[in-house]
Design a protein around this ligand. Structure first.
Ligand code: DGL
Length: 271
């Protein structure tokens, strides 16, 4: 059920800067909405956290953020978080939450070869939620679930303007490429919001061309639907980092390109 949204900004939340791939789609759908982007970089990467501790951490942090910013809606722009904490957040807060979960259903519907890969973090790979999606929507399809240990970190480095090791990327995407009885993987689901920023490199390093499925446009459309229940504030966007560390120049430029200004307190490195 869609709950009634009150006037306010949209809070977009991720463990780091991967959620900017979702912001890009939100900007295309709702260009004037006031966005507050929160990167929980102090706790990054979420992919390595144990589930109970991660749930408690996110529930507490989101409680503080919602009390402070009073958003009209929140987008959990992180598969590793969404596959775990959406029920707990919805039970505690009256605002609508839009989650990001692996796009297994659309991949199962679109595959021609009958072989798809889901490229996720180790956390998302291990979730009951993810395995349940495969059971419910892809029982007739061969699904290769891949939990890449380092790709989120490499995407962060790439966005910060640092060099990334191509050999590690090639090694971590390799298990997605399956050949079975003359058929090959034709769709790779990008089941971590960091991965669209590496998709160009994936395409260069892949053993054959595939479609990389990025669910961000569908998430932005869903946000548009839930916001029809109430007005959203228009205004400038901000980006906050839980570590308080100042973003480097290249990342500031990437944030500015999405209409997000690094918060003054954090940009100066103050807590
Ligand atoms: N961006 C996050 C996701 O969509 C996860 C990255 C991490 O913190 O491991 O899963």
């Amino acid at each position: 059920m869609t709950r009634k949204a009150e006037a306010g900004s949209v809070l977009v939340f991720d463990s780091g800067i991967g959620g900017l791939s979702v912001v890009r789609a939100i900007r295309a759908e709702l260009p004037r909405a006031e966005l507050v982007y929160v990167a929980d970089d102090a706790a990054f990467p979420y992919g390595d956290w144990e589930e109970t501790a991660l749930t408690a951490h996110i529930v507490e942090l989101m409680g503080d953020l919602i009390a402070e910013h009073r958003p009209a809606a929140a987008v959990i722009a992180c598969n590793t978080a969404s596959t775990l904490v959406l029920p707990a957040l919805r039970a505690r807060h009256a605002i609508p939450f839009v989650g990001t979960v692996p796009a297994i259903k659309p991949a199962a519907e679109a595959t021609q070869s009958g072989i798809v890969a889901v490229l996720a973090t180790p956390g998302t790979m291990a979730r009951d939620y993810t395995r349940d999606l495969i059971r419910r929507f892809a029982s007739l399809v061969h699904v290769r679930l891949v939990g890449a240990p380092d790709l989120a970190r490499l995407a962060e480095a790439h966005l910060r303007g640092e060099a990334v090791e191509r050999a590690i990327i090639a090694e971590q995407i390799a298990p997605c490429f399956v050949e079975l009885e003359g058929r090959r993987t034709d769709i790779v689901v990008l089941a971590c919001t960091h991965y669209p920023f590496l998709a160009g490199l994936f395409a260069e390093l892949a053993p054959w061309p595939v479609t990389y499925l990025n669910p961000a446009p569908a998430i932005a459309r869903r946000l548009g639907e839930v916001l029809q229940a109430g007005p959203v504030k228009e205004g400038e966007g901000r980006a906050l980092f839980t570590s308080g560390r100042a973003p480097p120049a290249q990342l500031r430029a990437a944030l500015a390109a999405q209409g997000l200004k690094a918060d003054a307190a954090t940009a100066d490195g103050a807590p």
